[in-house]
Every structure is written in structure tokens, then in C-alpha cells.
Ligand binder design. Sequence first.
Ligand SMILES: NC(=O)c1ccc[n+]([C@@H]2O[C@H](COP(=O)([O-])OP(=O)(O)OC[C@H]3O[C@@H](n4cnc5c(N)ncnc54)[C@H](O)[C@@H]3O)[C@@H](O)[C@H]2O)c1
Ligand SMILES: [Zn+2]
Length: 358
Amino acid sequence: MKKILFKIDGRKIPIFVGHNVCGKASISKYIDYKDIVIITNTKIAKLHLKKLEKSLKSFNVKTLIFPDGEKYKNISSLNKVHDFLIKSKFNRNLTVIALGGGVIGDLAGFASDTFLRGVNLIHIPTTLLAQVDSSIGGKTGVNHKYGKNLIGSFKHPVAIFIDIRYLKTLPQKEYISGLSEVVKYGAIGDRAFLRWLNTNSKLILERDPDSLVKLILMSVKAKVSVVQKDEKESNIRAHLNFGHTLGHAIESSLNYKGISHGEAVSIGMLFASAISVEKSDLKIDEFNLIENTLANFSLPVRIPSSIPGAKILQNMTYDKKNKKGKINFVLLTSIGSCCLNDHIDDRYILGLLKTFQS
Ligand SMILES: NC(=O)c1ccc[n+]([C@@H]2O[C@H](COP(=O)([O-])OP(=O)(O)OC[C@H]3O[C@@H](n4cnc5c(N)ncnc54)[C@H](O)[C@@H]3O)[C@@H](O)[C@H]2O)c1
Ligand SMILES: [Zn+2]
């Protein structure tokens, strides 16, 4: 089992990574009082809740189980958590445990930050995406009818337990979607890591335990290092949006149906890499390495032909991360090194979108 310390706001948050870490690292060490609420969903509860509850036998544990799905990451579910916590008469000594993927992590994280102005939170991420991305960095929130993640806060947990055991039950589509963010860390920050992902793709796709631990550790270190330097995204945290400008626009053009976040980001990363070749001197063999790594993981790199280019362009222009209506791209100057560019001509983008449509 490995331990990474995430230093933020004068605190040191331990992140445990390995096999059966929930047993080995003893979650109870990070729970100050008796009361615990585990928040999860029906699917994860069926697979993994019993074992966790068993390891917390000495506490007063209650469980709140939501239906599965992004559509439940909303204000109504947040209200349900609050109602439950208030009716159960919990006080500020409560610890909330988020057992799940990014949906549960974001909802439970936000609820723990808002109940009685904040109680302790522990993340036990169960998807690859949550293990390498959403459980780290403090962003919490719910969706609003006008857009995704519009209501939320920054709230860091007291500890994060990343157990590769959970990945055994994860559907392959979800697993591959998480790999897209892993490729991102290589592309924006670490050429050797990207090469390793490329040459070990078969083992990684088979979920070989040693490869899993390595890729999670490398990804967690990458995210921690960026967030430690820029928690509130005033500069380099924005690099984590590599591939997301187009990725988000594709997702919203399709009303978040039929394509996963990771798949959309994969297309977006190759698109940003293509712009980078022309506008920021990314070498063609570096572009090829990115394309090849994504292809090895069966991640898509073409935009679905059903989406009109003009719609994608419009959605990119309205992305909430843009300033003054300008489309903001994270580009690569080489693998491992990024720059931001908000002055790419619309006509150029439209032309390139066409060449990316399958
Ligand atoms: N807070 C952040 O910084 C941040 C970053 C990235 C994404 N997000 C958010 O994360 C969410 C997406 O997260 P996600 O991809 O984990 O989706 P998810 O939470 O919906 O999980 C994907 C699917 O896998 C199932 N699942 C989870 N763990 C499982 C397991 N071990 N075995 C079998 N099935 C399992 C879930 O029930 C669900 O059906 C989005 O809402 C996104 O906005 C947040
Ligand atoms: Zn993402």
C-alpha cells in the first residue's frame, strides 16, 4: 500500500493507494467520533457496501442509498441528504463517507460541506475516474437545470482511500472512460508516463494489479501537484482542462447521452493536439504518440458525424470556463508542457472540426 500526502490549506491529506487499502489503512483512524453516514448508490451498495459496513462495526453507521445515475446529482438529492442528516439528529461530529464514483463523490462532498457549515468527509472512490480525478482536488457540487456542476463548493476530505479492488466490478466502458483522464496526465505533464501507458496498454486493459497501482499513483501525484500549486484554478489548474474544451461541447451537443465524458475528452485531446501541431509547435511524432495511446485503449478520436460543427462551435463559445466569450484551448508545446490559447480563429476551428468528423 502506498501513501501520498496532499498538502493543501495548511493540512496534509493522506491518499492511500493499493489493494484492500480500506482494510489495511484502517479508516477508523480518520474518524474522530461515533457517527458515520455512508452515501452511495444502489449499484455500488449491492457490490461493496457490506464489506465496508463490516469494517466499521464499532461505529454508529447509517447508510443513504441513491438511485444510480448522473441525473440524481441535483439539488433534490442534496435536499434528501440534508433531510436525512437533520432527521437523524446528527451534529458536527459526523463523518460522511462517499462510497462511489464521481456522482456520489460530488454530491456527498457538497452535502458534507453544507450540513451544519461543514462536517468531516472521507472519499472512497470506486470508479477509475473518481480514483484518479474527481475525489482529489476538493471540487464538489450538483448539476442545475441550466448546466452541469453549476452549484458547488471546495471541500477537501480528511482522507482518501483508493482501493483497486473496487475496479474489478467496474464495467469496461467506465474503466476505459477513466483511462482517458490518465492519458491526459501523461500528455500534459509527463512524457515518460505517456510512453509507459502506450507500451503497457495490454496489461492496463487487462487491469493487471501492479499496472493499476502504478497508473493510479502517477495520476494522483499529477493531480495533487497541480492542485497544490493552484487550488482555485487561477492558472495551472486550467491545464487539467486539456481536451475538455471540445469534450464538454460534444457532451452537451449530445445532451450527455451516448458518449461518456472520457470518450468526449479523448476526441478533445486529439483535437487540441492537432491545433497544437499548427499553433504551438507540437511535433508530429508527439501527436502520433497521443493518437496511438488513445487508440490502444479503444478511445475514440473522431467527432460523431451527427453533430453539426456550428453547434459544437457555439457550445465551445458558451463553456462556463471561457472568459469574455472567447474559446479557451489548452495546447501542448510538447508532451509534458502546456500553454493556454484563446485566440484561435473560429473559421479555423470549424475547418478542423470538419476534418475530425467520422
Ligand atoms: N469533483 C471533480 O473534480 C470532478 C472531476 C471529474 C468529474 N467529476 C464528476 O464525476 C461524475 C462522473 O463520475 P464517474 O465517471 O465516476 O461516474 P459515476 O459516478 O456515474 O459512475 C459510473 C457508473 O459506474 C458505476 N460504478 C461505480 N463504481 C462501481 C464499481 N466499483 N463497480 C461497478 N460499477 C460501479 C456507477 O454506479 C455508475 O453507473 C460527473 O458528475 C462529473 O461531473 C467531478
Ligand atoms: Zn474530465
